[in-house]
Design a protein around this ligand. Structure first.
Ligand code: GNR
Ligand code: NI
Length: 172
């Protein structure tokens, strides 16, 4: 197991579309373990493989309350089968957009098909915060960040500040 560095916007690698996982093998399972370790250490409620520079369609999530039961999820090649007309708004953050938060509207309910860590096909009907997190993570697989779903004004302000912070850190 190993911690992997998390890419921060505006890194062009976060904009790439990830490729399907052809086979769930031990190499993929080792990557899954690293993603969980990195997500819990961050800490975050989800992490997608492209956030650590691996452009494969794979994500991990655990939205359990801090002192509640942990409910780890692994989703490989997830696909949305159905989304509700109704939307819900949550304040979102992202480990790749550190320090910034914004309200994002997304379908309130989604049905998703995916492969689990044994390569078996699964389906989940998610709603509320779980549905939001799932869609946030799946967006990463298509090179989309939550800031792409808010106003251009807010997006550009956040991305400008992150770019400036990176330049200052590099100049040290
Ligand atoms: O830790 C995270 N919190 C969060 C809060 C609201 C909506 C989505 C998220 S996901 C985020 C971790 C992350 O960046 N996953 O890609
Ligand atoms: Ni994110």
């Amino acid at each position: 197991m190993a911690l992997r560095p998390i890419l921060v916007a505006p890194d062009p690698r976060l904009k790439r579309v990830s490729s399907s996982v052809p086979k769930v093998d031990d190499e993929i399972r080792a990557l899954i373990d690293d993603l969980f370790e990195t997500m819990y250490a961050a800490p975050g409620v989800g992490l997608a493989a492209p956030q650590v520079g691996v452009h494969k369609r794979l994500l991990v999530m655990d939205i359990a309350e801090k002192d509640g039961d942990s409910k780890p999820f692994v989703m490989i090649n997830p696909a949305i089968l159905e989304r509700s007309e109704s939307e819900a708004v949550y304040e979102e953050g992202c480990l790749s957009v550190p320090g910034y938060y914004a309200d994002v509207a997304r379908p309130d309910k989604v049905r998703v098909r995916y492969l689990d860590r044994d390569g078996a096909e699964q389906e989940i009907a998610a709603e509320g915060f779980l549905a939001t997190c799932l869609q946030h993570e799946m967006d990463h697989l298509d090179g989309v960040l939550f800031v792409d779903r808010i106003s251009a004004l807010k997006r550009n302000m956040i991305l400008r500040k992150l770019a400036k912070a990176r330049k200052l850190a590099a100049a040290e």
